[in-house]
Design a protein around this ligand. Structure first.
Ligand code: HEM
Ligand code: HEM
Length: 179
């Protein structure tokens, strides 16, 4: 292994981490702040950004999980206790799971109400139509919204912990992930 490899995450891992962070933040801002926009075409376009960015996350998460399985994380110096490593791994697995599940639930939320899901001009095939999905529409939407809130909190904690590692513990956790 080369020195650079042992020091930090590889270029692909960093690219996936930061591009997906941006996509998720745009998607979340679009849906959380949609009410600031007047009803009509503009608000519609803002909400469409939530869908489009979320679908990009769905495409990239497959690549990211495959890449991660094949490429172990670089070591942290000074090293973490077993409990700290376990907590970090649990949080990372939860982040990966939510990045996979949320866009799927989002698609099902739309389709269960009989709405098309458009991805940059291509209508996705329907897994649920209004007939089969309507009885579950409210539950799917609540689950999507609830897990979306869980992801937001998890991201906030994840960011604070990254800053804590850098500023207080003064280890290389954050610098391994920086471009
Ligand atoms: C990373 C991916 C995603 C995240 C983190 C996410 C998160 C959220 C959150 C937090 C809300 C609730 C907003 C609020 O009312 O406070 C929401 C609503 C919603 N999301 Fe997503 N979402 C994602 C992807 C998608 C996708 C791909 C679709 C559909 C193609 C979708 C469709 C919806 C719909 C229909 C709502 C309800 C909007 C409304 O109340 O009218 N989401 N999402
Ligand atoms: C939407 C926002 C974000 C998501 C979904 C996210 C997700 C993730 C995931 C899943 C990992 C695990 C990588 C692995 O498997 O080794 C990770 C690592 C990391 N993230 Fe984020 N991240 C986000 C934003 C941020 C931000 C804003 C920061 C900086 C303040 C940050 C700093 C880090 C660091 C330092 C690591 C390496 C942690 C370690 O190896 O123990 N992330 N991130």
């Amino acid at each position: 292994m080369t020195a650079t490899r042992t020091m930090g995450y590889g270029m692909i891992a960093k690219l996936l981490h930061w591009s997906m962070a941006v996509l998720i933040l745009i998607s979340l801002c679009a849906i959380e702040f949609k009410d600031f926009f007047p009803k009509g075409a503009l608000r519609h376009a803002v909400v469409a950004w939530h869908f489009q960015m979320g679908l990009c996350v769905l495409i990239l998460i497959g690549v990211r999980i495959t890449w991660r399985i094949k490429n172990p994380a670089p070591p942290i110096f000074p090293s973490l206790s077993k409990m700290q490593s376990l907590a970090a791994t649990t949080a990372h697995v939860a982040l990966y799971a939510l990045m996979l599940i949320l866009p799927i639930l989002g698609v099902l939320t739309r389709q269960s109400r009989g709405n098309d899901v458009d991805f940059f001009g291509h209508v996705l095939p329907a897994i649920l139509d209004e007939d089969s999905g309507l009885p579950y529409a409210l539950k799917i939407k609540s689950l999507h919204t609830y897990l979306g809130d869980v992801l937001m909190w998890l991201i906030a904690v994840h960011m604070l912990i990254a800053i804590f590692h850098h500023m207080v513990r003064r280890d290389n956790t954050l610098s391994r992930m920086l471009p």
